[in-house]
Ligand binder design. Structure first.
Ligand code: SF4
Ligand code: SF4
Ligand code: SF4
Length: 324
């Protein structure tokens, strides 16, 4: 029993250590921050990050801890990302990945390649995470969504977000069409950048005026086009979530879902709606243990452990590597 409690943290430790060791050994330019300052110090950083991953796994394997620890770790990820960017921009370019700056607004993952006519590193990274972990980008890995998660802290409103699909579809259409027009008319880089900054600032306003009040991630579930892409493409990954027959329809879990994916109609259907990111917060709210992870025919507890192994390992590795 005791070993069971340590098997997930140990697996996360080994996977994170392996992933970062591969980067340390195979990539010519030092990717780990410590290695950029002192030769071989990258190995100490790898050890610390792998231990961090193991600690997070230890905490998050208990369903009651998920909402709190997901918020803490997602916030850490975002703070590390933006701190490195700020230091890098102030002249210490060791804190930048390539030095080729692009705006840290998720919309750019979609609009940037359309406007420039070529894929970016961030877009490739995003696609890889969707293949590996489905929607975890929007619950553990996005540098911007962590702010919406903070804004929505507290017990979620039971109020359903209305016209969600229509609003999301319209925004993603406008972003794609807008990027095509900017490219078509050869709009200068500065103008395109200012438009993107405006889009990002509008997103922050949505967090302040809507997410904060509703205690739901209104920015991520209704406005961000990358969230919409994740909602649709996450099914290329086999992980799913379902509600089994032990559900008493008490609706307690609704207060735990920041993504508006557990409204009464969804619960009656036995599965969260399209905006579910498999974040796992709702497991803490169900005292009947009715909400479960699914991965092919694997037992639901093993499916959840596998999902935690992949998402926490990716999260920890990205803390070491994700920068602009
Ligand atoms: S919806 Fe957008 S801002 Fe929110 S987590 Fe996903 S990509 Fe990030
Ligand atoms: S239904 Fe559960 S797992 Fe899905 S987004 Fe909501 S809280 Fe997270
Ligand atoms: S908290 Fe559990 S039992 Fe209650 S409605 Fe949600 S899934 Fe069903």
């Amino acid at each position: 029993m005791k070993f069971k409690r340590y098997s997930l943290p140990l697996s996360v430790f080994l996977l994170v250590f392996f992933l970062l060791a591969m980067v340390q050994l195979k990539v010519e330019r030092p990717m780990l921050m410590a290695e950029r300052f002192i030769t071989d110090a990258g190995w100490i950083e790898i050890l610390i990050i792998a231990l961090y991953g193991a600690f997070v796994a230890y905490k998050m394997q208990d369903t009651a801890n998920v909402p709190q620890w997901r918020k803490v770790t997602w916030t850490i990820f975002s703070v590390v990302f933006f701190t490195q960017l700020a230091i890098g921009l102030s002249g210490f370019d060791k804190f930048l990945m390539t030095g080729k700056l692009h705006l840290p607004i998720p919309m750019m993952i979609l609009a940037g390649p359309i406007y420039r006519g070529q894929l970016s590193v961030m877009t490739i990274l995003f696609i890889s995470t969707v293949i590996l972990t489905g929607p975890a980008w929007c619950s553990h890995l996005c540098y911007f969504g962590a702010f919406d998660n903070i804004a929505s802290s507290g017990k979620t409103s039971r109020e359903i977000l209305k016209h969600k699909v229509a609003i999301k579809s319209t925004i993603i259409f406008l972003v794609i069409f807008g990027a095509i027009l900017l490219r078509w008319f050869n709009v200068p880089h500065l103008t395109a950048t200012l438009i993107a900054v405006g889009f990002g600032l509008a997103g922050i306003a949505i967090m302040i005026f809507f997410s904060l009040r509703r205690k739901k991630m209104v920015h991520c579930t209704m406005y961000c086009p990358i969230g919409t892409i994740v909602n649709v493409t996450k099914h290329i990954n086999p992980f799913r979530m379902y509600i089994d027959k032990s559900c008493t329809l008490c609706m307690h879990c609704t207060r735990y879902c920041k993504y508006d994916a557990l409204n009464p109609a969804d619960i009656k259907k036995g599965k969260p709606s399209l905006s579910c990111t498999l974040c796992g917060d709702c497991l803490a709210g169900c005292h009947h243990n009715s909400i479960k992870y699914k991965f092919f025919s694997l037992d639901h507890e093993k499916a959840r452990s596998l999902y935690l192994l992949l998402t926490i390992s990716l999260h920890a590795a990205c803390i070491a590597l994700a920068r602009i």
